[in-house]
Design a protein. Structure first.
Length: 556
């Protein structure tokens, strides 16, 4: 495989052609022959050919031999609509690595961005914030509008389709900068006006991440006011709740309240009960969502199938100390009095913020990850690092953040049984909560979570095939027609005539994730072919180099 220096990983595919013996009764440029077709609706599978012309499926029926088209013989394999990653952070990495190999090789054909932040709308203060959060020097975050950011990706060339929510942090910075002050009436009017323009231009809705500053500074009334704009366009309000732990149920109630007051459709990002003491709340949360749905309120959720969450080590510090951005946090860490206050707050049960340090059970549940700059501290438990330094775990955590505010960590906070319980719910879709990377330098120097490489294969391999928790037809529906309908992505998510030809061909008996927490850079296996908008982007498990991805808009 070519080296990845920017676009080097993506190679052109030049299949050999044979002279046709006869033509099909329908126009065709590609035939996927002999597979077991799962149409994405949850209906029983059937053996058939899928006939594609240009970018659309024209028929799901037997095609004659000698058809005048490229033919992929997939006898014995499953053929399904391409998978939709409802929680992707790949908008930066796709600028440098446009094939998005870690997702593409799992069958993902659409990447959906916007948990907290998105590639526009941007102002100078937001662009600088993204730089401090670690977006690459060759990656842009300065798009005045979301539609421009997504249009830039598509015009530059990417393998998967791209769509996005407007990031709640983007809106918050436009209205109030990095402060924790409430929006003024005029600022709220400006934010609502910007959002209305984005919704008209096809944004999916708004995505918030309410445990992180500055997004956390938006109160419920502000979120209702924003969501009223979303509702006018039949968009979706989707949120990482303020708490998935000690205040999990109360914060789920906030989401349900926003949905009711704004008459907006809602969804929970990566549904989980965080922290051992909170694990019994998962069943209660599901019951609350079911009750709301039974009462006619449109609400759903998505998940990733791992027991560890992944975010910045700095996220364990209370949000109030993040006001003003990473530079302000660094200044507070250098102040002995403020640093002592941080440590004291982290050592006790949280009130009004998510205490990830305690949720993980302390340093023995926090795995520090970082690139070469992290040196010997990368790939070690926080408790180990603290023991070696001869100091308290919280002091070590603050030392590490002071040295590198972008340092990452895996927080082991989720119960395996709760993962199975959540994944069995018919309204739960799948998202990786990750970038889309490659198993070669320089990407292997990039700290990451195994969900980057394994989310979709793990859902199909471990939870559907091995544990038998979700029938294959239903598992496929959750990654295809369910998110397509929820996100209002027209003509996607189903293998039916007239729909866009986003297709994945995989072996249900072998599809498996390979990435681990210790060795996260490992491709999943079992996906043979992937097609985006009628063009093969993976053939015989090799990336072709084609870049047919498009900017998808809500309802279009």
């Amino acid at each position: 495989m070519a080296r990845s220096g920017a676009r080097g990983l993506c190679r052109a595919h030049d299949p050999s052609a044979t002279a046709p013996q006869q033509t099909c009764v329908v126009p065709s440029s590609l035939v996927i022959r002999g597979g077991t077709v799962y149409d994405g609706t949850g209906s029983p599978a059937r053996v058939s050919d899928v006939i594609i012309d240009d970018d659309r499926v024209v028929a799901v029926q037997d095609a004659p031999d000698g058809i005048d088209a490229e033919v992929l013989d997939v006898t014995g394999l499953a053929v399904a609509p391409g998978f939709i990653n409802v929680l992707s952070h790949a908008w930066g990495s796709l600028q440098s690595l446009p094939c998005g190999p870690s997702d593409l090789r799992q069958g993902v054909t659409t990447e959906v961005f916007g948990e907290g932040f998105s590639p526009g709308p941007s102002v100078a203060e937001f662009t600088e914030l993204m730089r401090q959060f670690g977006i690459g020097p060759d990656q842009r975050a300065d798009f005045p509008r979301l539609s421009e950011g997504l249009g830039f990706l598509a015009a530059s060339g990417v393998a998967p389709n791209v769509a996005s929510f407007v990031g709640g942090m983007n809106l918050r910075v436009i209205g109030a900068g990095l402060s924790d002050a409430p929006l003024t009436a005029s600022a709220l009017d400006r934010v609502r006006s910007v959002l209305d323009e984005e919704m008209v231009d096809g944004a999916l809705g708004v995505g918030t991440a309410l445990i992180y500053a500055p997004g956390t500074f938006a109160d419920t009334d502000e979120l209702v006011a924003v969501s009223e704009v979303i509702a006018r366009h039949d968009g979706l309000y989707i949120s990482h709740l303020r708490s998935e732990g000690d205040r999990f149920l109360e914060c789920l109630d906030e989401l349900l309240e926003i949905g009711q007051r704004a008459a907006v459709r809602t969804e929970v990002y990566h549904l989980k009960a965080a922290g051992r003491q909170n694990w019994p709340k998962m069943k209660l949360a599901i019951e609350r969502i079911e009750a709301a749905r039974d009462a006619g309120q449109p609400v759903g959720a998505n998940m990733y199938p791992y027991t560890a969450g992944g975010t910045a080590l700095a996220a364990a510090i209370p949000p109030s100390y993040h006001a003003g951005g990473p530079a302000a946090l660094a200044e507070r860490l250098s102040n002995p009095a403020e640093r002592a206050a941080m440590a004291a707050d982290m050592a006790q049960a949280s009130v009004g913020w998510e205490n990830l340090y305690l949720a993980a059970g302390g340093g023995s549940g926090i795995f520090v990850i970082g690139g070469s700059a992290a040196g010997s501290k990368s790939g070690r438990w926080l408790s180990e690092i603290a023991d070696a330094a001869g100091e308290a775990e919280i002091e070590t955590l603050l030392d590490l953040v002071a040295d590198d505010p972008t340092l990452g960590a895996l927080y082991f906070i989720v119960d395996e049984d709760n993962i199975g319980l959540g994944l069995q719910q018919p309204w739960v879709s799948i998202g990786s909560d990750a970038e889309a990377l490659a198993v070669e330098a320089p990407w292997t120097d990039h700290p990451t979570h195994p969900r980057t490489y394994g989310t979709f294969a793990r859902f199909l391999g471990r939870y559907s095939r091995e544990l038998g928790l979700i029938p294959l037809t239903e598992a496929i529906r959750r990654m295809t027609s369910l998110p397509a309908d929820t996100l209002r992505l027209r003509d996607r998510g189903r293998l039916v005539p007239g729909n866009f030809a986003d297709v994945v061909v995989f072996d249900p008996a072998t599809i498996t994730d390979s990435a681990t927490y210790e060795q996260p850079h490992a491709y999943a296996t079992g996906v043979h072919h992937v097609v985006v908008n009628g063009r093969p982007v993976v053939v015989d498990a090799s990336i072709t180099g084609a870049l047919p991805g498009r900017h998808l808009r809500r309802g279009v």
